[in-house]
Design a binder for this molecule. Structure first.
Ligand code: SF4
Length: 407
């Protein structure tokens, strides 16, 4: 029996401008646009109108235990707009007592009074997109904020947490940005832990198609750390954060006890979630569905969903469990890893097939096991930290090849 999801992602696509590494579905609205007076620009209000229409179009509503408002730059919204958005969930879906309600904030479009405005709107967890504390690194990445903005935001978050106005907050960094060195990265990490964020996300830079970084890379003008330097950065991250009491509970995520992101675990565990807004991907019943990435096409799509009652986001008749390869991939990213035998049993494989296919997978993984990149305790397999996590892509690619062969 497939139950309605208990989690919802909401995409707010507006950014002042596009950062040089970013290929997300966003709408740049210019550096000068501020949303502190009234209800902001027409483009934002129009988008919110269609977003609400989409949220209300779901028929199988059920109380939510996590809501994640990401972007884009959700902190471009005025707190009154945020309050209205959350109240729609409250009235029409219900929000569980103790639910985790997270919002991403950008240090450049965020003041202390906004923090308390968003808290009053119902947000109880913030994710601060710091990326770095180094002004040169921030500039080279095309970010609008400077180190001072991040530090101020960290003080506000720390105080709000200390005074119990919020449950938790996360500081997000990008590892291996251009112009970063082992020494600048060490300073970033030390600065980060000086603010005691209960949660830290560290994303590795990927140079994506169509970004400024890709163009610079093609011209040979993107000074990225080489492979050895990246590995040294990763080792340093693990060492400093582990020594400071943070647990690496997923490849990109570290937390103090009891501060793991509940919303992200829904994705990693393959549980269902709603998703609303342009470019966002929902998976309410196992089938993934992505909305148009362009704002005009998204708005037309919402009209189709609601007025023609196409109800694409539901796909109730196409209920589907997560494929085994995807379960292994998501599980391997987490600290606890995966219990292969249990997964095969869940898939309904008999003992003979389980043994045969598990042995093939373990053969293709043998080289990683020889070097302690992939470890096991009985049938539970997990990546070593940082060496295995650093090479996780290769280990996962080999698993996908195994999956293609046995299918
Ligand atoms: S602020 Fe975030 S979403 Fe917006 S352009 Fe920069 S990286 Fe992309």
């Amino acid at each position: 029996m497939f139950k309605p999801p208990r989690s919802a992602y909401v995409h707010i696509p507006f950014c002042h401008r596009r950062c040089f590494y970013c290929d997300f579905s966003i709408v740049p609205i210019g550096d000068e646009v501020k949303n502190t007076k009234g209800n902001g620009t027409k483009v934002i209000n129009d988008y919110l109108y269609f977003l609400k229409k989409e949220i209300l179009s779901i028929k199988h509503k059920s109380p939510l235990s996590t809501i994640y408002i990401g972007g884009g730059t959700p902190s471009i919204l005025d707190p009154t707009q945020m309050a209205e958005l959350i109240s729609i969930f409250e009235i029409h879906y219900g929000i569980d007592y103790g639910a985790e309600i997270t919002m991403e904030v950008d240090p450049a479009s965020f003041e202390e009074k906004d923090l308390y405005g968003f808290i009053n709107a119902g947000i109880n967890r913030f994710s601060l997109g710091a990326q770095s504390f180094n002004n040169q690194v921030l500039k080279e990445a095309g970010r609008r904020h400077i180190s001072k903005d991040v530090e101020e935001a960290c003080y506000w978050m720390r105080n709000a947490k200390k005074d119990k106005f919020i449950k938790s907050w996360s500081l997000d960094l990008i590892q291996n940005l251009p112009k970063s060195t082992l020494s600048t990265w060490q300073k970033d990490l030390e600065k980060t832990i000086s603010f005691c964020p209960p949660h830290i996300s560290i994303y590795d830079l990927n140079v994506e198609e169509g970004t400024v970084f890709q163009k610079l890379q093609d011209l040979g003008k993107l000074p990225l750390p080489n492979q050895d330097e990246s590995f040294e950065n990763s080792k340093l991250t693990s060492k400093i954060l582990n020594n400071s009491g943070y647990l690496r509970y997923e490849i990109s995520n570290y937390s103090l006890p009891r501060h793991q992101s509940r919303h992200n675990r829904v994705y990693w565990k393959g549980l269902g979630w709603w998703s609303f807004g342009q470019g966002s991907t929902s998976s309410p019943w196992g089938i993934r569905f992505s909305r148009p990435k362009n704002i005009d096409e998204y708005q037309k799509w919402v009209i189709d969903q609601c007025d023609k009652q196409l109800d694409k986001s539901l796909l109730v008749n196409s209920k589907k469990k997560l494929d085994l390869d995807e379960k292994i991939m998501l599980g391997l990213r987490t600290k606890e890893g995966i219990n292969l035998k249990n997964l095969f049993i869940e898939e309904g494989w008999d003992e003979n097939n389980s043994k045969k296919f598990m042995s093939k997978l373990l053969t293709s993984w043998q080289k990683y096991r020889d070097y302690d990149l992939l470890l096991n305790e009985g049938d539970r397999f997990f990546l070593s930290d940082p060496e295995g996590m650093e090479l996780s892509n290769q280990i996962i690619i080999d698993m996908f090849n195994w999956w293609d062969q046995i299918n």
